[in-house]
Design a protein around this ligand. Structure first.
Ligand SMILES: N[C@@H](CCC(=O)N[C@@H](CS)C(=O)NCC(=O)O)C(=O)O
Length: 226
């Protein structure tokens, strides 16, 4: 097995890649990176100076691959599995990429802002930034509601990279900034995502780390059980 994925099991962007890999039964080993540990953080910075996780290393091709969307595309290109996550049709592929970016930028990023703010000392918090992140999530929820109405998955009948991106952001966002009651299509889409075996496996592996999530007390009980 040539693939090593540097991850933390609680990190939402790592979940995006794990879901993609599990969907395709891709063989890989994962190595946990604890960015709170200065030694581990320094080693990771030496690996990838941006310092973000996940990062993939492919020993067979002597290649380091950062950035979730690129990792998923790389795996699809060099280690294709049964479920292509980038559609063959060029228009559908663009739409999958659009919604992949949408979930990253307009759900996962504002969700991270809210979560990370909670970890700051009280006198260094950023209430204006958090309020902006909350309105950004409101706008995103309204857009997703329109997008997924009448569809099984983010762009249609097929599960794509956009759905890999959607779940982790929506999972944590639904806890820190719950979906409004009128977002029924979004809520139903979220339940379909939750039922995917790849998603369940990712959550099962994250569960032992939930105590590190600063909004752990707001987690619905059903997420805390196997
Ligand atoms: N654009 C990046 C985002 C990755 C990202 O934000 N990862 C978070 C963990 S979920 C991280 O590394 N945070 C640590 C930090 O920013 O120092 C991607 O798609 O890979």
């Amino acid at each position: 097995m040539s693939l090593t994925l540097y991850i933390h099991p609680l990190a939402s962007f790592c979940h995006k890649v794990l879901i993609a890999f599990y969907e395709n039964d891709l063989p890989f080993r994962s190595e946990r990176v604890d960015l709170m540990d200065p030694g581990a953080a320094a080693s990771h910075l030496a690996r990838w100076p941006v310092g973000k996780i996940p990062v993939l290393h492919d020993a067979a091709r002597n290649q380091l691959v950062p950035e979730t969307s690129i990792i998923i595309e790389y795996a699809g290109e060099h280690y294709p599995g049964p479920l292509p996550l980038l559609p063959g049709d060029s228009d559908a592929r663009l739409e999958a990429r659009l919604w992949d970016r949408f979930f990253d930028f307009y759900v996962s990023q504002p969700m991270q802002k809210i979560v990370l703010d909670r970890l700051r000392p009280e006198d260094r918090r950023d209430p204006i930034g958090v309020a902006e992140a909350r309105s950004s999530l409101d706008a995103a929820y309204a857009s997703i509601e329109g997008q997924v109405s009448g569809k099984s998955w983010a762009i249609g009948d097929d599960f794509t990279i956009a759905d890999c991106s959607a779940f982790p952001g929506l999972f944590f966002a639904s806890i820190v900034h719950p979906f409004p009651p009128e977002s029924t299509a979004l809520a139903a889409y979220f339940e379909r995502l939750l039922a995917r075996p790849s998603v369940r496996r990712t959550l099962d592996e994250a569960r032992p780390y939930f105590h590190m999530f600063p909004y752990r007390d707001a987690m619905p009980a059903r997420f805390l059980r196997d």
